[in-house]
Design a protein. Sequence first.
Length: 425
Amino acid sequence: MDIQVSAEFTQLCRTQAALIAPGLGAASSAIYLADRTSGEEAPNLIPVAVAPELAANLEEEWVLPEAGVDPLRPSIPPLLGTDLPLPPSDAPPQSDPPQLEDYRVVLPLMHESAIIGLLVANRDDRPWEDNERQQVERIARTLTIAYLLDRRSRWLEGRYRRIQEVETQRRNLLDDLLHQFRNPLTALGIFAKLLLQRLQPGKERDIASNIIRESDRLKDLAEQFDRALDLEADTVALPSSETRSIPLLPGGTDETCRVEEVLSPILETARAIASEKGVELRDRVPVNLPVVAIDAKALREILNNLIDNAIKYTPTRGTVAVEAGILPGRSGAENVAVAITDTGVGIPPEDLERLFQRRYRGVQAQGNIPGTGLGLAIVRELVVQAGGDVRVDSPANHPWDTFAGENGRSGTTFVVELPQGDRRY
């Protein structure tokens, strides 16, 4: 019967058995492991290490006997049977002659009242001294700890293999979904372009242009997702000392852009979404703002998330206001800022501190508005990466007081501040 242990643990057992015989003067030593560590039946004990190796009589499988039965009788040399060694003729008389137990050490390897194994050591020339027995006991404790660590290591290895299998299945599924996503997305863009060619300038043509713009944005996100999957696979294959973070989000460049140019198409799409929900969207965005030190794709992701959230959490007949301007930064320099204010129910004080944590939704998780709790975390990561700052006030507190008093003491205001040009905090 096989015992599930690693080669390293088996070698440790052999080393410890050799330390006892002949290292500590034992004629023979053996280390057995139980083929189970729980249950009502007595476990089978399987030898994993015997010293010296020629002691083949210890290598047979046997069952731990009941109490009172001598488990070592077959393996005890004849000298330890009925004929005990006589003391030297010049030795003083002994009041207690040596017994069979004085020539052997039998130590169970125990963990939480379960039998892990057994350590056996025999002598045929002299009894075991107390300090020698203590050394063997320390070896038994070491083997017990080593066995438990070995078992946990094997469990972790098995779990890691299962996780790898699940990750492989997940990666294959994501690859398949991404491939299937591209086909209708490409078709959608083509249909929108054909429609745009047939329409005269006007509202319908603007809608077709918006469809093309949003489909192009989805294509760009799909490409980023594909690159992230490839980079994730490469990162997992690297040694731990060479692992690197996976850039799932745009940004991290030295590019600049203009807030009004990024906001303009976003507001067109947002106005259509707000109108469908019965929410009024107001905006005041100057056309002469300084450029900001952030990638246009990153700024688009930031503003899309904040404006979409504001519309999503504003009830019918409510208002969402978007305004851009200049605000003094923490360093005293002027920053370009964008404020998004809504007339929704607001955010409870206990949620404000954790609002930008990934997958945290607070009381909103109890409502019927779907969400993942990732949008605001993405916003903060991109803003900080650009050297800017983002804050939230609830009740709403518009920085320029342009819309002051329109929403009373309810609602929420998000303010994003970004450094001008190449100047960063």
